[in-house]
Design a protein around this ligand. Structure first.
Ligand SMILES: Cc1cc2nc3c(=O)[nH]c(=O)nc-3n(C[C@H](O)[C@H](O)[C@H](O)COP(=O)(O)OP(=O)(O)OC[C@H]3O[C@@H](n4cnc5c(N)ncnc54)[C@H](O)[C@@H]3O)c2cc1C
Ligand code: SF4
Ligand code: SF4
Ligand code: SF4
Length: 609
């Protein structure tokens, strides 16, 4: 029996939290254990697919690349793809990036390293459920639809996908350029995701036009239908066009001007796209940056990305901005386009902008841009690519669906829309987001759809707790600098436009980077009944991580309440490791004379109910 200074008892009796015997692995559904994982592994909590990041990083240290790949794949289905183009919300919150700890771990590129370094003959192992006899139609084979199709087929359902393009992948195939995501990697991972018997019908659009399959038909023919049709339309820019008639969109009617999304999709369909010598791009997301980099490879000499606010608020990874600039793109802030300037033939010669200043904060941590009156100016250019956002398209529906004011599908718990048996996932629900959000949502909705089809919950998350014999890390690892991704030389990129820019970490860099991870899934605890309060651990601790306390409150959800630190000996009731401060260096464990510090590995796993 051990005293948990947080007030909870530790043992096997009812109401007690946990009591792993030495070496014993056990599974816990206690909300406090689940809460501990959510609170203490910030990277995993931030990952929309809940990827077990310390788990796969530890496998890289052990050079178990195939195992590392599988840990990833279990959560996010497409590790080789995401290891290249993920938006990396995990890195924003990584404990290694917290003040005083240095830079975040290069989590994303380690994911890619596991994928690159696994053996060529690596075999995927998945245990399939018995056939359920249920049929599901999925409309749209982007990352959300693919992730859902994978999980639903694994759960034994008969899945048919309808995709209007020639190839599956959605924006992975038709938006993101090959120099960021090689198509061979894409092909293999999409194939593996669908290999459990999903029937993929490409070149088949769901809609109301001739030769298209009606959604109402699918609802009649299948037990359930999932819409994952993404955000397929560019958000129009309200320009004062010097050409085009009343009501026409000058972006569509002026030679030399087009929407960035259409430009990229057509380019990836194999259409021949051309750009002028001077290219202006308007917008600040992935599409805008990809337009600039593709334009550079199509021969543009001067490329300027014009943004409303400033570079600080561009919602793409720092690497994307860095590489776009290295390839010659200029980013200029605080301006909004208001009109086009054309010559006598109607062709574009420039864009009229208004100067902005920064205003208040908007939702999502960005700033407002406020136009400055009388500040208009013209930037000359030959091509303008407009990439200010994407939205859903709903004219393919022949059933009435509740949509929000932006045209996104409204879903309830489990991902069901306002129509019984019709589910929706990915960008079609969230609005334009990211690949990992689409994958995470696709998986979550697949689980909701399965519950609805089967009339009961079949899988749920529990915490796997495994005692660990030693720290698994060394203090010296804390001083290793972040290992950055090597890239191809500029000349090579332009000679071979589809050549992958990021060349991979390789075994040595991956090993060095993996060692940096604190392995936040390791929980350090002090058995206060055996502690002699010698303070040896406090003396060696690199941070204010071990505290003498009057008491600590642990809430029902596993989070900690106010910590009452004791500053005088007669107030000390316990000694406690603050896992928020702990960087898992192992120093305390090594010096403790009574071996009363224990370490356990805590991981969320999915189990059958
Ligand atoms: C140029 C560009 C670059 C991007 N770069 C990144 C990046 O680096 N990292 C990142 O995380 N995110 C990036 N994104 C965002 C990311 O690609 C999307 O958030 C993600 O693809 C959304 O997945 P989804 O499955 O919801 O939709 P989509 O990927 O859009 O897939 C929807 C699919 O539905 C199909 N479809 C639509 N209507 C029909 C119909 N009526 N019948 C049949 N099929 C239909 C479409 O053809 C498409 O294949 C980028 C987006 C773009 C446009
Ligand atoms: S140090 Fe490792 S486990 Fe901790 S948040 Fe960063 S990547 Fe995740
Ligand atoms: S392992 Fe021990 S000494 Fe190291 S940071 Fe954590 S509590 Fe402090
Ligand atoms: S080193 Fe061990 S015995 Fe000494 S105070 Fe720390 S936990 Fe207690």
């Amino acid at each position: 029996m051990r005293n948990d200074p947080r007030g909870a008892r530790v043992g096997r009796d009812e109401g007690e939290v946990r009591a792993p015997a030495r070496g014993e692995v056990y599974y816990s559904e206690d909300p406090r254990d689940v809460g501990w994982v959510r609170e203490n592994i910030p990277c995993q909590t931030a990952c929309p697919a809940g990827t077990n990041i310390p788990g796969y990083i530890r496998a890289i240290i052990e050079k178990q690349y195939g195992g590392s790949y599988e840990i990833n794949r279990e959560a996010n289905v497409l590790p080789g793809i995401l290891g290249r183009i993920c938006s990396r919300p995990c890195e924003d919150v990584c404990r290694h990036g917290w003040p005083g700890n240095g830079e975040p771990v290069n989590i994303c590129h380690l994911k890619r390293a596991a994928s690159d370094l696994k053996s060529a003959g690596h075999r995927i192992t998945e245990s399939l459920y018995t056939p359920s006899g249920k049929t599901v139609a999925i409309v749209g084979a982007g990352p959300a639809g693919i992730a859902a199709a994978h999980d639903l087929s694994l759960l034994g359902h008969d899945v048919t996908m309808f995709e209007r393009e020639r190839d599956p992948g959605g924006m992975l195939s038709y938006g993101i350029p090959e120099f960021r995501l090689p198509r061979e990697i894409l092909k293999v991972e999409l194939h593996n995701a669908l290999r459990l018997g999903v029937e993929l019908k490409t070149g088949v659009a769901v809609g109301t036009g001739e030769g298209e399959v009606a959604l109402s038909r699918l609802l009649a023919d299948f037990d359930a239908v999932l819409l994952s049709t993404g955000c397929m339309a560019a958000i129009p820019l309200p320009l004062r066009g010097e050409t085009g008639g009343q009501g026409e969109d000058p972006v569509r009617t002026t030679p030399g001007v087009e929407y960035g999304l259409d430009f990229l999709v057509e380019h990836h369909r194999g259409e021949k796209k051309t750009v002028g010598r001077r290219v202006a791009v308007v917008g600040a997301g992935f599409t805008a940056l990809d337009c600039a980099r593709v334009a550079r490879r199509l021969g543009a000499e001067e490329i300027t990305i014009h943004i409303r606010t400033t570079e600080k608020y561009i919602p793409v990874t720092k690497d994307e901005i860095f590489e776009a600039k290295r390839e010659g793109a200029k980013i200029v802030g605080l301006r909004s386009p208001v009109g086009l300037v054309t010559d006598e033939s109607g062709a574009l010669t420039g864009v009229r902008f208004v100067q902005n200043r920064l205003g208040g904060w908007r939702e999502g941590g960005r700033r407002q841009a406020i136009a400055i009156e009388g500040s208009e100016f013209v930037e000359p250019c030959d091509t303008l690519l407009v990439a200010i956002g994407q939205k859903t398209v709903n004219d393919y529906l022949d059933v009435e669906l509740e949509l929000d004011r932006w045209g996104n599908a409204q879903v309830g718990e489990g991902g069901m829309t306002s129509v019984e048996g019709l589910f929706a996932a990915g960008d079609y629900v969230s609005g334009a987001a990211t690949v990992i959000e689409a994958v995470g949502h696709g998986r979550q909705v697949a689980l909701g759809l399965d519950t609805w089809l089967m009339g009961r919950v079949r899988r749920k998350e529990v915490v796997r707790i495994e005692p660990v014999e030693g720290p698994l890390r060394e203090r010296a690892f804390d001083f290793i600098p972040r290992q950055e991704m090597p890239t191809a030389a500029l000349a090579e990129r332009f000679q071979e436009p589809d050549r992958e820019v990021e060349t991979g970490l390789g075994e040595d860099l991956a090993f060095e980077e993996a060692k940096r991870c604190y392995l936040c899934n390791l929980k350090y605890e002090i058995d206060v009944d055996n502690c002699i309060y010698c303070r040896a651990c406090i003396e060696v601790a690199p941070k204010n991580c071990i505290k003498l306390v009057e008491g600590v409150e642990i809430k029902a959800d596993g989070t900690y309440g106010e910590l009452a630190e004791a500053h005088e000996w007669d107030h000390v009731e316990a000694i406690w490791i603050d896992n928020n401060e702990c960087i898992r260096c192992g120093a305390c464990f090594m010096v403790c004379p009574t071996r009363c510090i224990s370490i356990s590995r805590n991981e969320i796993v999915v189990r059958d109910v």
